[in-house]
Design a protein around this ligand. Sequence first.
Ligand SMILES: [Zn+2]
Length: 78
Amino acid sequence: MMMKKPEKVSSYKIDLVALEGNGSFPCPKCGTTISPEDETEENYKVIYTKVANNELAELVIACGKCGSKIKLTGFQQV
Ligand SMILES: [Zn+2]
């Protein structure tokens, strides 16, 4: 595991509505597959959640590999 000091953290935004399938997506920076179904937190780490009307409205995660911050929007309760 590389212990590189993060000098500049990139941040991205992903709209889940645009995703197909089970909601997994590759990290925009390093390509690591990030799946919301994965609860091991090995591939990503939840750093912020925003709840509106008892529903998840926004989620900010950090890629477990490169540390990029990724903001997820567009949650839909089907
Ligand atoms: Zn990454």
